[in-house]
Each structure stands twice: as C-alpha cells, then as structure tokens.
Design a protein around this ligand. Sequence first.
Ligand SMILES: *Cc1c(COP(=O)(O)O)cnc(C)c1O
Ligand code: SF4
Length: 343
Amino acid sequence: MAKTLRTIDDLAGARLLSPSPALGEVAARYAVALTEDVLRLIDRTDPDDPIARQFLPDARELDTRPEELVDPIGDETHSPVKGVVHRYPDRVLLKPILACPVYCRFCFRREFVGPGGDALDEAELAAAIAYIASTPAIWEVIVTGGDPLMLSPRRIRALNDALAAIPHVEVVRWHSRVPIVDPGRVTEELAAALAATGKTVWLAVHCNHARELSAEATGALARLRRAGIALVSQTVLLKGVNDDAETLAGLMRKLVEHGVKPYYLHLPDLAPGTSHFRTSIAEGRAIMQALRGRLSGLAQPTLVLDIPGGYGKVPAGPAYVEDALGAGPVITDPAGNTHPYPG
Ligand SMILES: *Cc1c(COP(=O)(O)O)cnc(C)c1O
Ligand code: SF4
C-alpha cells in the first residue's frame, strides 16, 4: 500500500510545512495523516491551497473556543450500545472502526478518531448487530467511523452477512473518504464485498473540492457504481477551501458528471480548534441562493447543520416561500425578487 505521511517530520520532509513547537503540540493532540494520493493533489506553490488546508496541521488548532464541544453533535448521549448511535427512529449509525486514511483538520469526531482509535472487537460488533436485530424500527444502517472502508474486504463481507440476516434492515449506507483520498484501496474485490448483501447499498462519498476528483478517484467511483452501489456526496462548507459559489458549482457539477448525486452541504460543526474553518449560516444561505437557478437541480445539495448538543440535523435554508402576515405566501425567485402566490 502507498505510504502515508503521519508526523510533522514526514510533512516537513515532503516540503509541506516547517516544523515548529506549536505544530508538534497540534500533532500530539489531534491525529495526522495524509496519503500519497492527497500529496499529489497539493500545489506547494499556493500558500492558500484548498487541499493542503484540509489536511496539514495548523497552529490555530490550539485555539479552542468556549462554544466548541468535544462531542459537538451529541453522539455519545444517543449511544445505546458501543459503536451504535440511535437518534432517529428508522436509522442508526454503526461505527465499526475509528481509524481513517487521512485526518481532516476540521473533523467533528476529532477527539475520537485516530490510528489507535478504538475499533469494535468481535464481541462488541456482535452486540451492536444484536441491538439492530432486536429493534424492528431500524430500516437503515449507516456504516461510518472513522472510515469503514479501512476494513478489509473480508471484514466488510462478514458485516454484510450479519446485516443480510436482519429482515427489517432494507438499506445499508456507507460513509467514506477512501474513494477520494486512497482510491487504490477501492479494488473490484472491495466493491464486490460492499455490494454483497441482500440489501440496497448506498455510499456517501465525502468530497470538498473539485480537485479531489482525480482520475484515480473517479476510477474508484466507477468501480463502486459498476458493483451496483448508488452514490451520493457530502461536503463540508469550509472557509478558505470551498466557501464560494463558483468553487462549489464546479465541485457539484463534477460529482454529477461521475454519477454522484450531491446530498448534503454541511455547515461545520463546533469541533475543538476549528474556528478558522467556520462559515456562518448567512454565508451558507447566500451561496445556496447563488447556486439556485444557475446550477442543475441534480447538482443542488441541501444545506444542513447539526444542532449543537445533539438535537438533530436540519436544513438551514434558504427559504423561498414565506408567509407574509395576513397577505398569503410570498415567493422569492432565483434572482432574489419576490412574488405573491395566489392561495
Ligand atoms: C446525520 C445522522 C444520520 C443520518 O441522517 P440523514 O439525514 O438520514 O442523512 C443518522 N443518525 C445520526 C445520529 C446522524 O447524526
Ligand atoms: S475522514 Fe471523516 S472521520 Fe476521518 S478525520 Fe476526516 S472527517 Fe473525520
């Protein structure tokens, strides 16, 4: 397998940064990893490179704000059994592994993920599966982490076999950054293992910039599609990475060109030491408004946020229909002009 850069010295050796005590402290606090595929995407001549910004440790990560939370979306308070988060009745998150191929500097689970990140052992995985099997309301299992495509094809098949035996589970959805950051890992064998279950399989690929969709990455997406897996995307709206309409339009179009339906555009969660990535709801809405009308409906994601403290995920707007008091609905068109709507 390709080499992964994991230390400040590795990154300095690749001429990506100059070591400093502050960066050493960042790396001691939050895991660092950058794959060779990501390394190839970075433009070292650009000090504001949007790929580098996502993965290179930054001294600003030491700045933790009072509003930032160790568990920003309250996963731990909705965990009935280790490795399972059950907040919405019809679906659960299953986290079999907490390692990732890269460590994103804005990660909302950064206090939990890492190369030593606790993976479920066989008994714990069996207990998680037993919880799902004994809860008939669960229609969908969302396999996440960490990054669950770090599991071997053999372990993915074993998990799929266990899920296949649960009649009320109709859909299995995997969330992963592997097709983008380590596409060589998505072999025909791995794609077949993901698809090997009697259920309908979806994969949400996490991708934040059009430049991440290299020929290798789109090849991995094509292998997943050929295996019969439906693809959607998730993007985080990140300051200095993709927080303008043109950059996002380019990303969303490219995803659709490769058979991936843009699903969610997330406002960043209040994870510790990530304030330099934060975008506001107002900025998110303005960008969405700019995309409406100029970008195919197929390429439109939904802007969402997770309410801090674990109250759930909701669309964040913008709203196009408003009820003016006593005067009936008023509709805003893509150009920003308003119109009354009869009825
Ligand atoms: C985000 C999330 C889901 C999935 O939500 P969808 O809107 O179906 O994508 C499920 N469970 C938890 C706990 C979540 O945070
Ligand atoms: S791949 Fe996902 S879980 Fe892993 S560090 Fe990045 S954002 Fe966090």
